[in-house]
Design a protein around this ligand. Structure first.
Ligand code: NAP
Length: 281
């Protein structure tokens, strides 16, 4: 069994990104800029935002975090986004989710200019992805595709099962796998005989949000298993959706949690900001 080391790949890619960024600054005087907007006090969001800021700075980007109070109105947030849409110094705009209940999340995500939508959640970017002309791709599935590339996982003709159909992971993951010539099935909470279906997969991507849900009964001998899940167990420990200890001996390759998909997500966000700066300067 090969452990897919997302942390090591992310570290390598971030070092390469810092080098590319320094060269861009030297040759073109261009510095990629990423703005992260956080509304409210959600503890997990604060950690995610700090990590994004740290990665952006490590890459040599201009980085700005706008922290707004929980009481911020939807109109105020939309105005702020429009301000950054118009400001050429910023190439990526990211609004940290979840937003407080009084703010319409869809309205906010749709207000971000598609050219600056480094999360890839805008319908224009989703449409481009689904029509085979991807520009901005949600970072988590983009990071998983990089892991397949690094570990030379040939997807052509393979049977892939994606468990989870969210807009940020499951659906774009399925599309990217299909683009890479895998034959893809998307499963979800209403799927019948899930374990049996998953056992058909050469490539199994799990993005459910239920700790240790996927046991060895879900996994074909020799399958490549990608665990997107980030859950806390009863002791507050970070665990994946896959029961790693019993699945790893069956799989040919597997991602750990932590140290698998997570670090790649943030790396791809930085890559997309760099690419957006190149495209839109
Ligand atoms: P989400 O929006 O809640 O979607 C979860 C999906 O799982 C839904 O499609 C749901 O089906 C399906 N599901 C739930 N219970 C199921 C069950 N018992 N059997 C089969 N399918 C089931 O979650 P998400 O945003 O995609 O995130 C999924 C997990 O990945 C979470 O743990 C999240 O924290 C993690 N995540 C990690 C990263 C990272 O960087 N590592 C990034 C994003 C997300 P229905 O559609 O039928 O409800």
């Amino acid at each position: 069994m090969t452990l897919i080391d997302g942390k090591a790949l992310a570290t390598k890619m971030q070092a390469e990104l810092a080098t590319k960024t320094a060269r861009l600054k030297e040759e073109k005087g261009l510095i990629p800029g990423l703005v992260v907007i956080l509304v409210g006090e959600d503890a997990a969001s604060q950690v995610y935002v700090r990590n994004k800021e740290r990665s952006a700075l490590a890459a040599g980007f201009n980085s700005q975090v706008v922290r707004l109070p929980e009481t911020t109105t939807e109109a105020e947030l939309l105005d702020l986004i429009e301000k950054y849409n118009q400001d050429e110094a910023w190439h990526g705009i990211l609004v940290q989710l979840p937003l407080p209940e009084h703010i319409d999340e869809e309205k906010v995500l749709f207000a971000i200019s598609p050219e600056k939508d480094v999360d890839g959640f805008h319908p224009t970017n989703m449409g481009k992805l689904w029509s085979g002309h991807a520009v901005m791709v949600p970072s988590t599935p983009a990071g998983i595709m990089e892991m397949f590339k690094e570990y030379q996982v040939d997807l052509t003709g393979k049977s892939a099962v994606v468990i989870g159909r969210s807009n940020i992971v499951g659906k774009p993951m399925a599309q990217l796998l299909m683009d890479a010539n895998a034959t893809v099935t998307i499963a979800h909470s209403r799927t019948k005989n899930l374990a049996e279906l998953a056992r058909q997969a050469d490539i199994l991507v799990v993005a459910i949000g239920r700790g240790h849900f996927v046991t060895k009964e879900f996994v074909k001998e020799g399958a490549v298993v990608i665990d997107v899940g980030m859950n806390r167990d009863e002791n507050g420990k970070l665990i994946g959706d896959v029961k790693f200890d019993e699945v790893a001996p069956v799989a040919s390759m597997i991602t750990p949690v932590p140290g698998g998909v997570g670090p790649m997500t943030i790396t791809m966000l930085m890559e997309q900001t760099y690419e957006a700066a190149l495209r839109n300067s």
